[in-house]
Write a protein that binds this ligand. Structure first.
Ligand SMILES: CC(C)c1ccc(C(=O)O)c(O)c1O
Ligand SMILES: [Fe+2]
Length: 297
């Protein structure tokens, strides 16, 4: 079973490259690290980059995870091939574009493109935010799933993730002490649902809430507090309908807490998503059956 060290990057194919970069800098507060005609690399922490916007929506969404060693990467590739999963080794050019030494690529059962990488580039320059959003790190992604139970089995059985909690059948998955690095999100199609950045404190969330509204940015959900991780949150829309989340105070398990933690089952109801009473403006919640999250008090 693979042992994912950490989430590393998201690659977002877009037909609106300039707009996405502008939004990431002016609204989100990310630092532009590199830009060429086909791609733009941005970050919200000291790593080389966290998001790479790639020219062309056909490139789709890709999530990259770091393996601690090249040997572990090779082992993960071999294990997955033995299990009948189609694994492709990245070319030298693909590795260069991702600033990694080595990589493999495969899909989860929903069809989400996943990359495992070794020796991603470190950066000697500290993160220089483009706006005072208070971002401290890139932390997790919301990942669309068309079959939450099957994807959960893949992430836990093949990739070594652990379930921290469920909301209905959608698991919040951890790969280290942080409550989750992948939040499965029920959907009719695959792809990245949201990209999360941690901010320092709840004041950052509230300041951004006012700032985003002033800038005419559509708020998707919040400000609120997740029942599951305990994090205070704010979700908002960027270009192409991509959702970004700022949150702070996500639960971090100690080794002892991890050892004894039993995942909690939350029902699909408003208070499972937000203990403060905020209502989401998110398509999947709107299209829920009558009487569920979009409608219940
Ligand atoms: C609504 C999504 C899937 C969700 C649910 C819970 C948390 C959390 O506990 O922090 C999230 O971060 C989410 O994105
Ligand atoms: Fe999230």
């Amino acid at each position: 079973m693979a042992d994912l060290h950490d989430i590393r990057y998201v690659r977002v194919g877009t037909d609106r490259l300039d707009e996405s970069v502008e939004f990431a800098i002016r609204i989100l507060g990310l630092e532009l690290v590199h830009r060429d005609s086909d791609a733009a690399y941005l970050r919200g922490d000291d790593r080389d980059h966290n998001i790479c916007y790639v020219k062309g929506a056909a490139e789709g969404h890709v999530v990259g995870f770091e393996m601690a060693t090249g040997e572990q990467l090779d082992q993960a590739a071999a294990e997955m091939e033995r299990a009948g999963i189609a694994v492709r080794r990245g070319s030298a050019e693909e590795c260069e574009r991702r600033r990694v030494r080595d990589m493999i690529r495969f899909a989860d059962p929903s069809g989400n493109a996943i990359e495992l990488v070794s020796r991603p580039a470190a950066s000697g320059r500290r993160y220089f935010p483009s706006r005072a959003a208070g971002i401290t790190s890139f932390s997790h992604i919301g990942l669309r799933t068309t079959d939450a139970r099957t994807d959960e089995a893949f992430w836990t059985g093949r990739l070594g993730a652990k379930v921290s909690d469920w909301i209905e059948d959608a698991a919040l998955l951890r790969i280290d002490g942080v409550h989750h690095k992948v939040a499965l999100f029920n959907s009719a199609y695959a792809g990245v649902h949201h990209i999360n950045f941690q901010v320092g404190e709840v004041d950052d969330i509230m300041r951004s809430w006012y700032f985003l509204q002033e800038q005419g940015v559509q708020i998707a959900f919040g400000p609120g507090r997740h029942a599951t991780s305990g994090a205070r949150f704010l979700y908002f829309y960027g270009p192409d309908g991509m959702i970004y989340e700022y949150s702070c105070g996500v639960r971090v398990f100690s080794e002892e807490e991890e050892r004894v933690h039993v995942p909690r089952q939350f029902r699909r109801e408003p208070t499972s998503y937000c203990t403060w009473g905020s209502k989401p403006d998110i398509a999947e919640f709107r299209s829920e059956a009558e009487g569920s999250i979009a409608h219940a008090g």
